[in-house]
Design a protein around this ligand. Structure first.
Ligand code: NAI
Length: 399
């Protein structure tokens, strides 16, 4: 079928299989161009492995360090006349490239929050790898059912104490407007968001993996967080999602305790703000990212998810030396985003930005391009007018 982008708000409803494959190939080429990661992981489980930071982590482990990888994700498979989701096509392309390079790669498509998927993953590790030496936890989801009490939680993106008004952009139309977001009405909104995006499920995973004996001596686990600038604090770091990130970060010592007898260690890595399916859903953030990209590209320090994850592995997690962290024990790969000169320049542009000057003073075009790239669109060399086979399978997943 001919697959063109179809968008609804910040969601793209269609994805292109060949474009997604190109996206994966480009990321693999980047990682290969940076050379082998000495002391890198060898047997890796990535939870949330199909898009954004998760697929970039999987690619870095496999093609930077020759790792066998198991990826867990929640994606819609492709069917005749109905394209799959981007994460599905990404994973199909990843497995094919990994196989061609002689690397073990298998995937599980299902709800990572459930006990069933945890069990299935453990069985697969036991059968094929024995143990894993790195677990990347990269889930981003609007809801979660806790398997231990059956309660379902929905997360919200809201400020906590007072209403928040600031600029935002509709990145499709380029209209900059003010947005006011009311604060949470009760504590439930905070607790629910923490239940979805906090560290509880990460802990459940590590507990179950440990109890099953599938964690290797010296195992590492890493989950991803965000801090960002003051201007997004009310909606991000001081908002409901920030409380969830506080909880995720507070889970680190709990996991360290759990992993002590294996000489294992857990980390949160604070990553840079980037265009992903999740970040495009947060008000204000796309406008901030458009300005940030402009500044960082001009300074020659822009990075995408793959550059971030390659740097996390090669220059933080697997240097062979003690891992550098901030005063709260977090790994920082948002260091370039948070540089004073970068933040000053963004703050100045933030004061000026309007619908009229958006295309001159921001990288809104770069934002749009990357947004469509996420779904396999906008890649050179792909004929988007041509018929393409939408029924692409992930080799390790039975139909
Ligand atoms: P994303 O939306 O690109 O990826 C989410 C992944 O989670 C996908 O692989 C998806 O299939 C999987 N997933 C969602 N629900 C699932 C479920 N129930 N079961 C199994 N898999 C499920 O998101 P992104 O942006 O890569 O986020 C990953 C982490 O990075 C999050 O913790 C996010 O907060 C963090 N982060 C994101 C930043 C950004 O600017 N995008 C910045 C810093 C941190």
């Amino acid at each position: 079928m001919i697959i063109q982008p179809r968008t609804r708000g910040f969601i793209c409803l269609t994805s292109h299989p060949e474009g997604s494959a190109q996206n994966i190939k480009n990321q693999i080429e980047y990682v290969k161009s940076k050379g082998t990661i000495a002391n890198g992981p060898k047997k890796v489980l990535v939870i949330g492995a199909s898009t954004g930071f998760g697929i970039a982590s999987r690619i870095t482990a496999a093609f930077g360090s020759g790792a066998a990888t198991i990826g867990v994700f929640f994606e819609k498979p492709a069917a005749e006349g109905k394209p799959g989701t981007a994460g599905w096509y990404n994973s199909a392309a990843f497995e094919k490239e990994a196989q061609a390079a002689g690397l073990y790669a298998k995937s599980i498509n299902g709800d990572a929050f459930s006990d069933e998927v945890k069990k299935e993953t453990i069985e697969l590790i036991k059968k094929d790898l024995g143990q894993v030496d790195l677990i990347v936890y990269s889930l981003a989801s609007p809801r979660r059912t806790n398997p231990r009490n059956g309660v379902s939680y929905a997360s919200v993106l809201k400020p906590i104490d007072q209403p928040f008004t600031d600029k935002t952009v509709d990145f499709h139309t380029g209209v900059v407007s003010d947005i006011s977001i009311q604060p949470v009405e009760n504590k439930d909104d905070i607790e629910n968001t923490v239940a979805v995006m906090g560290g509880e499920d990460w802990k459940f995973w590590i507990e179950d993996l440990k109890a099953a004996g599938v964690l290797a001596e010296g195992v590492k686990t890493v989950a991803y967080s965000y801090i960002g600038p003051q201007l997004t604090y009310p909606i991000y770091r001081n908002g409901t999602i920030g409380r969830a990130k506080d909880h995720l970060e507070a889970t680190v010592p709990v996991l360290n305790n759990l992993l002590k007898d294996l000489n294992g260690v857990s980390y949160v890595s604070v990553n840079k703000a980037l265009v992903t399916q999740s970040s495009s859903a947060i008000p204000v953030v796309p406008l901030y990212i458009s300005l940030l990209y402009k500044v960082m590209k001009e300074k020659g320090i822009h990075e995408g998810t793959i550059e971030q994850m390659q740097r996390l592995f090669a220059e933080r997690l697997y240097t062979g030396e003690a891992i550098a962290t901030d005063e709260k024990g977090r790994i920082r790969v948002d260091d370039l985003e948070m540089r004073e000169d970068v933040q000053e320049a963004v703050a100045e542009l933030w004061g000026q930005v309007s619908t009229e000057n958006l295309s001159q003073i921001s990288d809104i075009q770069g934002y749009r391009d990357e947004f469509f790239n996420l779904f396999g669109f906008n890649f050179d060399g792909i004929d988007y007018e041509a018929d393409t086979n939408e029924v692409v399978n992930v080799p390790s997943i039975e139909k």
